[in-house]
Design a protein around this ligand. Structure first.
Ligand code: HEM
Length: 151
């Protein structure tokens, strides 16, 4: 139904932009000299990353099943699977930062003067940068698959 398709498309876009916003926030916040407050905030933002990623999967799957084009349009399209692979890769790259954010928050709660070790900071920054770079591929593939490329 057209209304279902429209509502799912709106939700999908809002969620996708929220996810981009969260990655951008992490990109900006993960810096040298983070305060205990920033470390708490980062862990909080990161929890929303997980929640929104889950909602994107649910709404995305609903678009495949209930979208106007029908599920066959997507499952036989390699660009759709490239988009799924990019999304999965971004998700996998988020695991290390999530583990670190939780550990940093714990350390900052135990010791307000806690400073993130340089090595850990460099690693997490590299992961967040890689996530941001790969994320750009997702809307690129999305636009191509929506127009029938990859069939
Ligand atoms: C499991 C995850 C996802 C699934 C199953 C999924 C599925 C879909 C489907 C079925 C469409 C409809 C395309 C059409 O009109 O034929 C779509 C469009 C779109 N998706 Fe996703 N998606 C997912 C994740 C994401 C993410 C993380 C982003 C982030 C940028 C994203 C961005 C878009 C955009 C921008 C469109 C609109 C493309 C256009 O109409 O030009 N999707 N997606």
């Amino acid at each position: 139904m057209e209304t279902t398709d429209l509502v799912l498309a709106i939700l999908h876009h809002l969620l996708a932009f929220s996810l981009a916003g969260i990655i951008a926030a992490e990109f900006v916040l993960v810096r040298e000299g983070m305060s205990a407050r920033t470390l708490r905030r980062l862990a909080g933002i990161d929890r929303h990353y997980g929640l929104i990623a889950l909602l994107v999967i649910i709404v995305g799957a609903a678009r495949v099943v209930y979208g106007l084009k029908g599920w066959e349009f997507y499952v036989y399209n390699w660009v759709f699977w490239a988009k799924m692979a990019a999304f999965a890769a971004v998700g996998l790259l988020s695991i290390v930062p999530t583990i670190r954010f939780l550990a940093w928050r714990r350390s900052a709660a135990a010791d307000p003067a806690f400073q993130v070790p340089q090595g850990e900071l460099a690693t997490v920054r590299a992961y967040v940068r890689a996530q941001a770079a790969l994320f750009f591929l997702i809307p690129t593939f999305a636009a191509a698959m929506a127009r029938g490329y990859g069939l």
